[in-house]
Write a protein that binds this ligand. Structure first.
Ligand SMILES: Cc1cc2nc3c(=O)[nH]c(=O)nc-3n(C[C@H](O)[C@H](O)[C@H](O)COP(=O)(O)O)c2cc1C
Length: 501
């Protein structure tokens, strides 16, 4: 399946698939859009294109990522695991054995090399150029999402910076509170790469912000890639087509040629920090006001008939659930690369992704579950995970009732609970100190004698013969039910269903 080249292509695809509704009524980006979207997301509803946002001539697109189906459409796959398989092929590349393997290996390497963004001379994102006094962020239909928000926030930006030491690009999704017609706050949190670039910069740091990208490039800004990997290169690899970039008009940075809108500007290291927030966040709470750098806008460039993209975060589930689920699936091969005994993992949407990780493992030795907990607490952004539940490989980590069953059945809290401490998500309000606090790991695997237990009882299962017999004779019993799948004592309540509640 081909992926969308830009936001328009994406909107056209969504419309063809019956996945987008145009709203022609005038709707206020202040609170009203949020209430409509909140209801739409919870009903598994369509993407919405508000054609007449109050106070702006620019339409607002929202809920483009709000269902699993749309996320798969965005990536041109049947299931999100297919994306992981594509990346997994690269991670698992072995020295080739024989000519056919060499050719395959070369093809894979070529597709990586071909993913690098291409710089072109002209881009639709610069059809209109507004500089200096012409810059007015008030033209954009920026949402004030929740009643307690400090003001309007740009919520779906791809923020482009460079590492001053290496010149390497970083793209991150960091919300931006509009402070004045020509400035915003830049909310890169303490663990993020954009902030690292800022800390290494002396004096002025150029920044560009792309709004309204093809869905894969927009997603890639939210992907927790290692610092040295260019998010736009990953986007090119996943799109099967490199991104085209153009030189900024007021900054020495390259910006997506196909973006709807680009904000160019700078962050001055010596400028007084702004008070940012409160903001109703994906934690389901307002994050309190805090100090963040000011982004000064030197130019707005855009298409003649630009479309502004937005997203609402709040009490889960919201639209960002599927951005997070895409990351969970896409990064599974990389997680397995480092911790190969991991079979699968699930970051429940209701756990705001960093609060809980359920992981299944091929347990091979005493204390193995605890080894895996510590590995996760040392792994990239997963290191911020507050709670980890480890189950055996046959448990479906996406089936929360099954997980709950094994937590209840297999855990001796005195023996199987690990309490430790470490870094926590910037926005977590529960720990006594910001950024650091307690962590909990629960080992819900079956225990062996070397773990100091009595004999572990077998799990209840019906024999294959009797199951086959009942399958064959089902109609004879006259129960009037289609043959239910043999349960095997399994509880089933899939995460997909939980997500929709
Ligand atoms: C909708 C949305 C909004 C986000 N807002 C922020 C934010 O305001 N600040 C932040 O540091 N991370 C935010 N994130 C998470 C980052 O985008 C994510 O951690 C990403 O990996 C950061 O890029 P980096 O690793 O290059 O720093 C947001 C993610 C999503 C999906």
């Amino acid at each position: 399946m081909a992926t969308a080249r830009d936001l328009r292509d994406w909107i056209a695809l969504l419309e063809r698939e019956g996945e987008l509704v145009r709203v022609s009524a005038e709707v206020d980006p202040k609170l009203e859009v949020t209430e409509i979207v909140d209801r739409t997301v919870r009903a598994d509803g369509p993407a919405l294109l508000f054609e007449n946002p109050k106070g702006s001539g620019i339409p607002l697109l929202i809920n483009q990522f709000g269902t699993e189906k749309r996320m798969c459409l965005a990536f041109g796959v049947e299931s999100l695991d297919d994306i992981a398989a594509k990346l997994g092929d690269i991670l698992e590349m072995q020295p080739p054995d024989g000519l056919a393997a060499k050719v395959r290996g070369l093809k894979t390497l070529k597709s990586i090399a071909d993913s690098r963004p291409k710089v072109v001379k002209r881009g639709a994102s610069q059809e209109v150029v507004l500089r200096g006094d012409e810059v007015d962020l008030g033209r954009l239909p920026v949402q004030t999402c929740w009643p307690g928000d400090a003001g309007p926030f740009i919520t779906l930006p791809a923020v482009i910076t460079r590492d001053p030491r290496t010149g390497q690009r970083n793209v991150g999704m960091y919300r931006m509170q509009v402070l004045s017609p020509r400035s915003t706050a830049m909310h890169w949190q303490i663990h993020k790469d954009g902030r690292a670039d800022y800390l290494f910069t002396e004096g002025r740091m150029e920044v560009a912000v792309a709004l309204g990208l093809d869905p894969i490039s927009a997603y890639s800004a939210s992907a927790p890639l290692p610092k040295h990997i260019d998010e736009f290169m990953m986007a090119g690899f996943l799109r099967g087509e490199p991104l085209e970039l153009v030189k900024g008009v007021t900054v020495d940075l390259e910006v997506p040629a196909h973006a709807e809108i680009v904000l160019e500007g700078y962050v001055e290291k010596d400028e007084e920090l702004a008070i940012e927030g409160p903001f109703g966040d994906h934690t389901g709470y307002y994050t309190p006001a805090e100090q963040f750098p000011v982004f000064n806008v030197t130019a707005i460039t855009m298409r003649k008939d630009a479309i502004y993209p937005s997203i609402v975060v709040g009490k889960p589930p919201q639209e960002d659930a599927w951005l997070g689920k895409a990351t969970e699936r896409i990064f599974l091969p990389a997680v397995k690369m480092t911790v190969p005994e991991i079979v699968d993992y699930d970051l429940p949407v209701a756990g705001a992704f960093h609060n809980l990780c359920i992981v299944s493992i091929k347990k091979a030795f005493p204390g193995h579950a605890k080894k895996v907990m510590h590995a996760i607490w040392g792994l990239g952004m997963l290191s911020l995970t507050k709670g980890i539940v480890v189950v055996d490989e046959h448990v479906d980590v996406h089936d929360y009732a099954q997980v709950m069953f094994y937590v209840g059945a297999n855990v001796d809290p005195k023996r199987d609970v690990v309490i430790t401490e470490g870094p926590l998500d910037h926005l977590d309000h529960a720990p006594t100190l910001q950024f650091v606090g307690g962590k909990i790991g629960i080992d819900a695997t079956a225990k062996g004698p070397l773990e100091g237990t009595r004999e572990w009882p077998p799990e209840i299962e019906m024999s294959d013969e009797v199951r086959d017999l009942v399958d064959r004779r089902w109609a004879e019993y006259g129960l009037g039910l289609t043959v239910p799948v043999a349960g095997n004592g399994r509880i089933s309540q899939s995460s997909r269903r939980v997500l929709r509640h």
